[in-house]
Design a protein around this ligand. Structure first.
Ligand SMILES: *Cc1c(COP(=O)(O)O)cnc(C)c1O
Length: 805
């Protein structure tokens, strides 16, 4: 059901819109204005479908899913919306007729940086997939005034600049002040019996905030479906008598001002807690209110609404729904609890213990007193029910309250009917480690849903060259059903196809090389191996292991050897502003780049490129050009990973540890088409007396590499080099880099050998692309829909036949 417009109609719409919005002719418009006009025209093309979709859900009393996430990382909308509406050709040629270049205009769209990385990106992949599958699912989150910081490098150091993404407005959003809700913070609460015998929650001295929703349409792939992403902004309550001070205004603004720039440590604790309650309360209130409008009572709420808790940040939804059902709808505790349990489901995203959210009870009680009361009662009843069955030790260790803390992951599990991890190994480790206690109590709740990515963005939008080649060879049904990419395998001995694959990859490398040359003023050799590691900067992801290998190569060149292949090492990564160690690694990579890229001995054998300001748009440029995908986290630390899947689909060869979804990639590909190295999860678990200093002292090669950090071999890193060295040698190398180094270097040698056999390498590319379809988020979301939410799928893509999870 693509939108049906002609080129002439589009040109007319564009000109009219230019006049309406700016009262000028196109010739006088800036590129940024042209972008806003174009985006508005595209938005008009789905306005009717947006309204119809939501109306149809209501009329058919469809079960609706609300995906609660404190982060969404949607990337730019324009190109994706045009693709999904089926109007890319018409719009591009229409613009060309007017002498306009679509690509140049599209670059003026600000990217909404409302997420840190994988977690927020997954939320957006799911929205795109749900709309494309015809699943009634909507997002619920925060409209941060400023996105994650813009990253620049000054003297090699990361500098964080304000990301004022809303400065020129956001064409895709619609403000719906008529759907606003009030959120209460602080004050005192008590229960008072009214004349009907209902207990009413009485509030006094609360700080009230109005939550105003801004909705963004999420356009499905040529199916007429447009779902909703609802992002909440905070305002002061308003009436004709309101009089506020500036201080009150900024108290409210603080809540929605910034996205916390970390996905595995928490800071600015109180404000973060307020953010969480703010979007959860507004979301729950608006869901119940809208349900109420169309139903006489709440008896079937549990069959008509699903709320998904994406990681623990929205876990208060459990208590907030209880609050609304009891305090505002006067249901009994038992009835409200049954409904809540039916409605809620939870995804865990991490095994890192420092990332499992807890809040001090007193802070929690002061900030959200009613929610605290309800959690205390959940805690009391949980203990009362479970201690006789499972014993006090076990039950107390996993209750929502313990050690003076509110434990969000435990609250989420106890309040939900389903708990899932995001890759097979991750789910297994959840049940044996961080959530083992609750697994013993509720084994039937646990299930796995391996993450996925959308091939519409990562192939069709990001890699048109490869898309065209695939369409030529296997037709375009894979656009709807990416598993059909398997059909590409039969071309793995076809000379023409192998050549074409090589050509597409080389063209993409040339395009990236041009971008690098424009932005960083460094020329790179497009025949070198493009060895790519792009992801948040974190110790467990081990960018430093990759750095050690680069130093190794550099030392070999300096000693007069020649590398087996020239290499371009490409990094992109932001570090949390307070994560000092990660920022030291950024400084080191930049100085390494500076030294190696300017060393006349190295020539074009080796280059190090650190592309600043990593985000979805930068990922779209790098991924199609990658030869090697570095997925080298310490086994047991990366929950799933999703950049591994995007790179695989774009024909990069994965160099990986057996961690997260790498394991499932390896299940499909085997050892011939993937390069695996390093300790496995059980080996790490059983590695009892690790002494990194012994390895340093015994292994000459490793010693030489590590000494380079402190002996002046690498310039301008006196402090950072010493800190890194100490972390690896003195403080026993928490993430086992030295233990894995030899195996990693051997794996890199294997990459060199494979790359030199050009036919073999191009066959590997084909095998990787062909096997990548199972990682489509379309399948993942279909499985959430069937197994967790039990909602209808209008446009299934063979999900029932796919045995992925
Ligand atoms: C896919 C993606 C990620 C996740 O990368 P991982 O390597 O899985 O951590 C992070 N940021 C952006 C912008 C992405 O597109």
């Amino acid at each position: 059901m693509p939108v049906d417009i002609t080129e002439e109609k589009f040109v007319e719409d564009y000109k009219t819109k230019m006049l309406e919005m700016y009262s000028i002719d196109d010739a006088d418009a800036s590129r940024a204005q042209q972008y806003r006009v174009l985006a508005s025209v595209v938005r008009d093309y789905y306005a009717q479908n947006w309204r119809n979709t939501l109306l149809k859900y209501q009329q058919n009393d469809r079960k609706q899913v609300y995906y609660f996430s404190i982060e969404f990382l949607p990337g730019r909308f324009l190109t994706q919306n045009m693709l999904n509406l089926g109007i890319s050709e018409v719009v591009k040629s229409g613009l060309a007729k007017m002498g306009l270049d679509f690509d140049k205009i599209a670059q003026h769209e600000p990217e909404p940086g409302l997420g840190n990385g994988g977690l927020g990106r997954l939320a957006s992949e799911f929205l795109d997939s749900a709309a494309s599958e015809g699943i009634a699912m909507h997002g619920n989150g925060i409209r941060y005034q400023y996105g994650l910081f813009k990253q620049e490098f000054i003297n090699g150091y990361q500098v964080e600049l304000l990301d004022d993404w809303l400065r020129n407005g956001n064409i895709w959003e619609v403000r719906r002040e008529n759907r606003a809700c009030i959120v209460h913070f602080g004050g005192n609460v008590w229960l008072k019996e009214d004349s009907l015998g209902h207990f009413r929650a009485m509030y006094e001295n609360t700080e009230d905030v109005i939550a105003v929703p801004y909705d963004i349409g999420i356009v499905g792939y040529r199916n007429g479906t447009v779902n909703n992403l609802r992002l909440w902004s905070a305002e002061l309550p308003y009436n004709e008598h309101s009089r506020y001070t500036l201080a009150e205004k900024s108290r409210v603004n603080d809540i929605i001002e910034i996205l916390y720039p970390d996905d595995s440590n928490y800071e600015g604790r109180l404000l973060r807690l307020k953010q969480e309650y703010f979007f959860v309360s507004a979301g729950v209130q608006s869901i119940v209110r809208s349900y109420r409008k169309h139903h006489r009572n709440l008896n079937r709420l549990g069959q008509r609404i699903a709320i998904h808790i994406n990681d623990t940040h929205p876990a208060m939804a459990v208590a907030e729904l209880m609050r609304v059902l009891m305090d505002e709808e006067f249901l009994s505790w038992e009835k409200a609890w049954n409904i809540t349990n039916q409605v809620m489901s939870y995804t865990n995203h991490t095994l890192l213990s420092e990332a499992l959210e807890t809040w001090p009870e007193d802070m929690f009680a002061q900030t959200v007193p009613r929610i605290y009361q309800i959690i205390k009662e959940i805690d009391r009843r949980f203990k009362e029910l479970m201690i006789p069955i499972h014993g006090a030790d076990l039950v107390n260790s996993v209750a929502p309250l313990g050690n003076g803390q509110v434990r969000m992951a435990y609250l989420a599990v106890i309040g939900s009917h389903s708990v899932n991890g995001v890759a097979k190994i991750h789910t297994d480790l959840l049940t044996t480690s961080v959530l083992n206690g609750l697994y013993k109590i509720f084994p039937e709740r646990f299930n796995n849903k391996t993450n996925g990515v959308t091939f519409r963005r990562w192939l069709q939008v990001a890699n048109p060259g490869l898309t065209t080649l695939l369409d030529d060879k296997i037709g375009n049904n894979w656009h709807r059903d990416p598993n059909l990419l398997k059909g590409f395998n039969i071309f793995d001995k076809d000379k023409d196809t192998l050549d074409a694959v090589a050509r597409v990859k080389h063209d993409n490398k040339t395009a990236l090389a041009d971008f690098i040359s424009e932005t960083l003023r460094t020329k790179v050799n497009t025949h070198a191996i493009f060895d790519v590691q792009i992801k948040r900067l974190h110790a467990y992801k081990r960018q430093l292991l990759h750095v050690m290998y680069i130093i190794d190569e550099y030392l070999q060149i300096k000693a007069g050897h020649k590398l087996a292949n020239p290499r371009v090492h490409i990094f992109a990564a932001k570090a949390a502003p307070s994560y000092y160690y990660a920022k030291e690694i950024i400084k080191i990579i930049n100085e390494l780049a500076n030294q190696i890229n300017h060393d006349p001995v190295v020539k074009d054998q080796l280059k190090v490129i650190f592309i600043p300001n990593y985000g979805v748009s930068i990922a779209e440029k790098i991924i199609p050009a990658a030869d090697v995908s570095e997925q080298i986290s310490l086994a047991g630390k990366e929950a799933s990973g999703t950049s591994n899947m995007k790179l695989m689909a774009n024909g990069a060869v994965t160099l990986a540890t057996l961690d997260g979804a790498n394991i499932e990639m390896h299940d499909s590909l085997g050892d011939d088409d993937m390069v695996i190295f390093g300790l496995t999860v059980p080996e790490v678990e059983n590695y009892h007396d690790y002494h990194s200093a012994d390895i340093y002292n015994k292994d000459v090669r490793i010693k030489r590499i590590l000494d380079a950090f402190i002996d002046g071999t690498l310039k301008n890193i006196e402090t950072e080099g010493r800190d890194i060295f100490n972390s690896l040698v003195q403080y026993n190398d928490q993430y086992f880099l030295l233990a894995d180094y030899e195996s990693y270097a051997k794996a890199q040698d294997r990459i060199d050998k494979l790359y030199q056999d050009r036919t073999r390498w191009h066959q590997m590319i084909i095998h990787n692309i062909a096997a990548s379809g199972r990682f489509s988020s379309d399948y993942t979301i279909a499985r959430y829909a069937e197994n967790i939410w039990q909602v209808d799928i209008d446009n299934p893509v063979g999900s029932k036949f796919n045995e992925q999870n």
